[in-house]
Structure formats: structure tokens, C-alpha cells
Design a protein around this ligand. Sequence first.
Ligand code: TPP
Length: 684
Amino acid sequence: MSSNEVDGPNSGYASLLLEDYLENPDSVPVEWRTLFESGHTGSVASLPGLQRLLEVAANWNGHEDPPGAPAPDPAVTATPSDAIDETLLGGVAAAMALVKAHRMHGHLAARLDPLGSEPMGDPALDETMLIPSLTPELQSRIPSSLLRVHVPGPTLREALPALKDVYCGTIAYEIEHLSDHAERVWLRQAIESGRYRQALAPEERTKLLASITRAEGFEQYLRKSFLGQKQFSLEGLDTMMPMLDEAIELAASMGAHEVVIGMAHRGRLNVLAHTTGHPYGSILREFEGERTIDAVVMDEEGGTGDVKYHLPATGTRATENGEVTITLAPNPSHLEAVDPVIEGWARAEQTDRSSGAGIHDPSVALPILIHGDASFAGQGIVAETLNLSNLDGYTTGGTLHIISNNQVGFTTDPQEGRSTRYSSDLAKGFDIPIVHVNADDPEAAVAAVRLALAYRQEFGHDFVVDLVGYRRFGHQEQDEAAYTQPLMAAQVADHPTAREQYAGRLVAAGVLTQAEADAVFEQTQAELRAAHEELKATMARPRPQKDGGIPADTGEVVDTAVNGERLEELNVQLLEVPKDFEVHGKLLKQLERRRVALAGGGIDWGHAEALAYGSLLVEGIPIRLSGQDTERGTFAHRHAVLHDPRSGEVHVPLQHVPGATASFEVYNSPLSEYACLGFEYGYS
Ligand SMILES: Cc1ncc(C[n+]2csc(CCOP(=O)(O)OP(=O)(O)O)c2C)c(N)n1
């Protein structure tokens, strides 16, 4: 193989091979490898930055220190030479491949499973497998600045452990699939610099411990007090609670006054109690209700008829940046059906509907969706909902998705439940960054949320945190996990809880004493006991029964008539277009007929609809139309959005009705029924 064969007509093919070589030197034939390591061809030199590498490598061989480099170690520094150092050049290429491999495949070696299963790893992550092998000596000669890494360390030798720590620890990243270069660069910088993973202050650590302690204490109390009653406990994923705390706090700091949460059964009672602030007494009443029918009859709040792990709640939380309203939407049994509802709900919170097309400000409300690992991979509505995320009419400026991944779906193992490696893999197709985190490392989980919210603020897109934990008990409290997952159940039985582990770490670090850690647990038990006693005392007292249920309607008669003059006026207004706007010739004829139809008769459906909408807008009633081909109308009757045939510009007459005090939103939806219906239900 000569350089002549590479330069000239074959250069495109050679460049592709060179890319492969940088990824994995073993993946190209040996003659090409030899050639690349020689560094003599135009192709090698034309690779971005490689020419510069040659120069810097040559200079650094004794002539020039890289920025921030320590004094050279005589044992490992190369002898000065003006010739190209081929070993060094090959080493730099291998180092680049190594960095790329960590960014792309580091997650395969990350320690994500609290139960300690061995990560599969990847040979591309092994510095000794590269050619040339990246020995410590060679690593010491490769300046980190050439590799464009953001971890500390002047040379690869110091940077590599930090890189492994970042990409293969208890948190792992999948960001290289993003198609936006700016996002990838931002994320790499944020991740490798540790900007969102700074060590927590002692008081933050104590707060974090308190949050997982309350989560565990609450569920233990319920289990002991109501043996065998279903609660769909969170245990094994307790870290989700401080993640939600952090998300709410950060959302508030970024201008949100609403956080809207959608989730299924798993850990829902904990979220009700500790995230929305639903009183313990109220939740305990639901449990007592299951024990005694009297409690239901006596229920001051009236029964919803639904099970307790589907109940909604709204609460407020004081944050450092003001009060935030937190809503946990009611949930049907049908898994993930709530996803688009939350998106619509959040979008409504984010929209000012006082005029024109409405003004959308995503910073004011944060949607959070908590998914089960089996459901995220299995339910089609998840894909439909993700497909809404970047559409003009449906975006919410980024949803925080948390997969509460207990590594089992009811009794189905992941390898039976999905064809992908991760539960989260669907999100890759939507250009969504994914962070996997070991649920036994609460600080890493909080860091994942910090990154997620910073990314949302920067780019306005969704973010997935796959929280990898386990299920301490069966699917619910009447189940026996050992029937179907016997090995896992045995492992879990011996596994200390996240609280026990984290308390141990904080005690060892001198942040607090074991007695102080235990006291937080005791305090939760005492609060629950007190709430329970109080409830029992009120339940013993007879209370007057409430009469009636929810009325079927208000009984009000709504006057929908609009006077003739108003309609004449609207009719003219709706046919107005801006001065330089041209309406398609054929359509113009149809619309012009509307000018005379009011007086002469022959009002068609689309005409009547436009007048009705216009009259509502001046009465201050906002309108949102969405669905497949809604703008034109599937049967070409509506034409709510006009397109200028010369420029393609659009004009929506209903957004320009003089005197209107409400917005008119109109959007073509994707070809989805389920998600779009859910979205509009949530919006309304
Ligand atoms: C659409 C739908 N299919 C099936 C069920 C029955 N079901 C309830 S929970 C569950 C397992 C869910 O597993 P996962 O999503 O991993 O959540 P986990 O319970 O493990 O937290 C199933 C199959 C349901 N409620 N909804």
C-alpha cells in the first residue's frame, strides 16, 4: 500500500477507513493500519486537526510545553527530534479513538445496576487493546488539549481515569446520537467538566438523606400497618424522591410556577405525600377505607371511586425562588395513557390565550413524566407522545422523563419485554439525550436532574433519566417476587436500602452521626403515627353524610345567538388579508362567495364555522383546533390558514379579528389519534 494509492481518486474511501481506524484500529486491514500509522499520506494529513497534531507532536517532543503542562518527567519525555515521531502520532490517533469510544460506548462499562450485575463492557474502551497500545508512558506524551476533552489532567495519563470516572461510573450518558452538533458539544462540555456534578454541600447531603429516608419510612409504615394492602411501593427506587425535589427547585429557579407530573402506580403514594404534600392523614384514610367501609362513607372529601394509587393531588411548595404549584394528574390504569395528557396540561399552563395565536412561554411550567421501564419500551403511546415534543403546536419546551426502572415489568424480565438493550432506547430516535443512573447513588441521580434541567433551559428539548434500581418486593404487596424472579429476590433481600447505604457514607464522611440519621427515620414514623391516631379518632366520631354527588351539568342555559349586524361585520373582517398577501386564485373565488352568502343564502359549513369561531373570540373565549389536516380541514371545507402561492407565507384571518380578546390556535397534528386526543384533553 503506497501513499499514491490513497491520495487522488481513492481519497474518499481512504478517509472512511481512517474514520474507522480512529474508532477502532483493528477494524481496518493491516496494510491500511500500517499506512495510517506512518502519517505520510494526504488523507491522513487532510483529517481535521491531524496536520496540526503532526506539528504539535513534533514541537512538543522537547520544544514546547502544552498549556498547563507540569514539568516534564524525564523518565517518560521523548528525546528531542525534528522527525515525525510515528509512535506518538499513532498514539494520538489511538487516544482520539479512545476518547470517542468513551463518549459513545462508555455506558456499556458503567456500573448502573445497584444489584451489581457486571456491565458488558466494550473492547474499544480498553487502552491496552489499541494499536499502538496506550502504555502509561505513551499516555504521558499525549497532551489532553489535543484530544479536546474537558476532564482535568494535562496529558492523557491523568485525564484517562477522570474520563473513565465520568463515563463509566454510576452515571452513564448517551448523547452522541444527537444530530445537533451544538447540543453534543454543549453536553460533552457539561458532562466532562462536571459542571452539574459538583460535590454537594453538607446541608444538601443531609437534605438528600432526609428525602430518601422519608420515602422509605413512609412505605415501611404503610406495609406494617396495612399488611397485604397494595401500595405499589417505590422501594429500590427511593432516589426518585430527591430527584423530584431537585427538579422542582431548579424549575422554580428557571422561572416556573407550575410543575405538572404524570405517573403510574409505582411510588405514587410517596409522590402524593412528599412531592405534592398531600397530608399523611388523607392517604391513611384511603388505607383505612379499604379495611372498613365506614371510613369511605365518612369520607369528608367524598369518594372518587378510584383506587388510592390513581388519585390526583395539587399542592404548593415554597422554593428559594418562590412558590410552585405541583400537580399530580389523576391516572387511569392504562399505562402511559397519561403522557400526552400531561403535555397538553403543561402546554395550557404555558400559554397566554388573550390574543392572536396565543403566546407560548415554556419556562413557566415544567412537565415531568415518570415511566415504568417495561411500559416505556412497550407502550406505543410513548412514541406518539415523544413525536409531539418538537412540534410547534405541541411542544412544552422540554419534558423531564424519569424511567423508574426496577428491571422488571410485573413478572416479565427485560429480555422478554423489549428488543432493545435499554428501556430508554426509543428516545434515541427523537434526538433526546439519555442519562442512566444507578439508583443507589442519590448524588449522581441529583446531578442527572441538574444536567437535564440545564439542557432544557438551553435547548428546550426533552431529556430522559433512566433511574436504574430494583424492586424490593413483588409487583405489589400481595405478590411474591421469588415465584418469578427468585435470584433477584434473594439478592435484594441481602441488599441494604439506598437510605442505609447513603447514611453510612455520610456518617463515614462526618456529615452527621448515625444517631442523627436514625432520628430522621424515627421522625417520619412519629409523624405517621400521630396522623394515624388523629385519623382513627375522627373516624370513630359519627359525621353527617353529604348529600348528592357531582352534578351532571350546571343547569345554566347558554345563549349562543349572535346578532345579524355582528355577523355581517365579522363576515367582512374574516375576508380581509394583509396588503401584500395573495390568496390562491381558486380559493379566492370560494371565499369571495362568502361575501354575498350571508344576505343571499347558501352558507356552507366552513363559512358558518368561521363566523361562529370569530364571534366566540370577540366574546373572549379562546379556541384551539388541532388534528390531522385541521388547518385546511380534511374535507377542504375550512381553510383556516391561507397560503400565499408566491411566498408560501401564511395568514390566519381568525387570529386578526378586530376586537377579539382571546387566541385562536390552529395546528395540523401528526398522524396520531391517541396522543393527540390525550394532549387536547390535558390542554382543556
Ligand atoms: C396498557 C396496560 N397494559 C397492561 C396493564 C397491566 N399492568 C399493570 S402494571 C404492569 C407492569 C408494568 O411494568 P413497568 O412499566 O415496568 O412498571 P412497574 O410496575 O415495574 O413499576 C402491567 C402489565 C396496564 N395497567 N395497562
